[in-house]
Design a protein around this ligand. Structure first.
Ligand code: FES
Ligand code: FES
Length: 150
């Protein structure tokens, strides 16, 4: 079947089987920033934005995305550079698996909630798991990124 959608602001018509998940569709089309982790809607590494909202691409059928707008980090280069700069400054760098999904979630937060508290930040990123940190530096870096780029 054909699905008409927009990926990173570019309209596309994609061939998809009824059972294809967006994660597989994106990686098949070389959006390789979108990672596969648990494949069970539990880790957040496959997060993309659908109509601006963070969504687990491993749990969304491509066939249901007619006319939707998909964003991966490839489509947010300017914002991603600012985001990573703040993470580097705060010593909060994360691995290549969890970072893309977290970055997209934080960009969505920036566009959704004005002046979020640290609790708002923690709640917004709750679906983006990292097995290796305590999130303290990450929350500090996110707060600085939001304060200095909003
Ligand atoms: S791979 Fe999608 S939530 Fe883990
Ligand atoms: S730094 Fe990526 S999972 Fe912890």
């Amino acid at each position: 079947m054909k699905v008409n959608l927009t990926i990173n602001k570019r309209p596309r018509t994609i061939d998809a089987e009824p059972g294809d998940y967006l994660l597989d569709t994106l990686r098949r089309h070389n959006f390789l920033s979108v990672k596969r982790g648990c494949d069970a809607a539990s880790c957040g590494v496959c997060t993309v934005l659908i109509d601006g909202k963070p969504t687990l691409s491993c749990s969304v059928l491509t066939a249901r995305l007619e006319n939707k707008e998909i964003t991966t980090v490839e489509g947010e280069r300017d914002e991603i550079e600012k985001f990573y700069a703040h993470f580097g400054d705060e010593g909060a760098d994360q691995c290549g698996f969890c970072n893309p999904g977290l970055a997209l979630t934080v960009i969505s937060l920036k566009r959704t909630i004005q002046n979020p508290s640290d609790d708002d930040i923690r709640e917004y990123i709750v679906a983006n798991l990292c097995r290796c940190s305590g999130y303290v530096a990450q929350v500090r870096a996110i707060r600085r990124y939001l304060e200095e780029t909003s």
